[in-house]
Design a protein around this ligand. Structure first.
Ligand SMILES: C[S@@+](CC[C@H](N)C(=O)[O-])C[C@H]1O[C@@H](n2cnc3c(N)ncnc32)[C@H](O)[C@@H]1O
Length: 304
């Protein structure tokens, strides 16, 4: 498993990241255009639908959902109170229900929702198949589950940092998990920010599938719907500290890469609908200026 692909590690990773997630991170890696293209295959096509958004975080994907389904029908589940606190402040999400919970042990009975959505969360799940099985379990027969996640980078350097950080599965794994869970009518779309140039591999995938109408009910679970607290001794705490530290450093490498990619491809959004185009915000510009100053300083020290 990758360094931040553990529940406690993911919790602490987001404890800090939540402070600048919406401004610095999310707009680079998960754009409005990607979100809309993904939601389009999730059959969010009726105002009566009951939807669960798992790993809902600061609510960026939820904002796309509530543009299609009334917010009062949407339940947001995330294991991070810090991330969820940001979502709760968003005006358009005021009518959503919020719950702290685990994607691999969703705190709802079988066949509760019409739609399941999870964006950018699977990369932190220690047992992705279990998370996908949970998606299948909580939706009603005939319901649809939509999952969005990254794909392993096609180049060795990207692969090294990605693997150090969190789960970037091969594309085929998404289909394997969906098929094993029991979904039918599996469909997908590749998604990527405009600054990303697909090479050997794609950037991310949105995959959706339907629960068959005749799916056999699994019945109530034997275990209670409570995620047991992992014991945190001294050794485990130290391990967690270094996993979060090194995993975060590996992950943060992608921020300057994306920012520079954004600049290089500044004209690359000509084909994107004007309301879906991304622009750099103040925080991102500050990081770029600092980055530029550091590079300049490095070059000057090298040659003087
Ligand atoms: C990259 S963020 C995505 C947030 C949101 N879906 C969005 O589109 O912006 C990943 C989220 O998954 C949550 N997460 C990670 N592991 C989880 C788990 N096992 N159960 C529930 N949420 C989890 C994190 O706390 C974080 O808020």
């Amino acid at each position: 498993m990758r360094l931040v692909q553990h529940k406690k590690e993911a919790y602490w990773f987001y404890y800090f990241l939540s402070n600048f997630y919406d401004k610095l991170v999310n707009p680079l890696f998960w754009t409005v255009k990607m979100r809309e293209e993904s939601l389009d295959i999730g059959k969010l096509d009726s105002s009566n639908l009951k939807v669960i958004d798992v790993g809902s975080g600061t609510g960026f994907t939820t904002q796309g959902i509530v543009a299609r389904v009334p917010a009062k029908n949407v339940t947001c589940v995330d294991q991070s109170d810090m991330q969820q606190a940001k979502a709760k402040k968003k005006e358009d999400l005021q009518d959503c229900k919020f719950l702290i919970g685990d994607a691999e042990n969703i705190p709802f009975p079988e066949s509760t929702f019409d739609r399941y959505v999870s964006a950018g969360s699977i990369e932190y799940w220690p047992d992705p198949q279990r998370g996908v099985d949970e998606a299948f379990r909580v939706i009603k027969p005939g319901g649809t589950a939509l999952l969005i996640g990254p794909i392993e980078p096609g180049n060795p350097i990207g692969e090294f940092f990605a693997r150090t950080w969190m789960l970037f599965p091969p594309e085929k794994d998404y289909f394997k998990w969906y098929e094993a869970a029991g979904f039918e009518n599996i469909r997908f779309v590749h998604v990527e920010p405009h600054w990303f140039t697909p090479g050997k591999s794609h950037y991310g995938i949105a995959i959706a599938g339907d629960k068959p109408m005749d799916a056999t009910p699994k019945g109530p679970r034997e275990a209670p719907i409570i995620t047991p607290e992992e014991p945190m001794g001294f050794g485990r705490s130290i391990l967690m500290f270094f996993r979060v530290l090194i995993g975060s450093l590996a992950g943060f490498i992608f921020i300057p890469i994306a920012l520079v990619g954004f600049l290089v491809n500044i004209g690359g959004q000509k084909d994107v609908r004007p309301d879906l185009r991304e622009t750099l915000n103040t925080e991102q510009i500050i990081v770029l200026v600092i980055l530029g100053a550091l590079i300049l300083w490095g070059l000057v020290s090298l040659f003087t």
